[in-house]
Design a protein. Structure first.
Length: 94
């Protein structure tokens, strides 16, 4: 594992991958929750949800926090882009 992280190209691209996951992670989770709610005919929104019991499992209790996680993107997108700029500067000076 140490040998893998000594490769500078791998470290640079690994850093970019982690930062991009931080940027788009909340949006992907919220999009998945909206899509799953659509497929299950559930009313999923930030204000609340219906019970949405399918196959004996309450999906509404799981999908609602996932949908609210989309608001985290208001913080993760600017933070992620500033990290991208910082990582690029770090990678060039390295």
């Amino acid at each position: 594992m140490k040998k893998l992280f000594k490769n500078k190209t791998f470290v640079i691209w690994f850093g970019y991958t982690v930062i991009l996951l931080i940027i788009i992670g909340p949006l992907l989770i919220a999009s998945f929750a909206a899509y799953a709610g659509d497929c299950l005919n559930c009313n999923i929104n930030e204000g609340g949800t219906d019970d949405c019991v399918r196959w004996g499992f309450p999906f509404g209790a799981i999908l609602n926090p996932m949908m609210v996680l989309g608001w985290l993107s208001l913080l993760s997108i600017p933070f992620g882009f500033s990290c991208l700029i910082g990582w690029t500067i770090y990678s060039i000076k390295r």
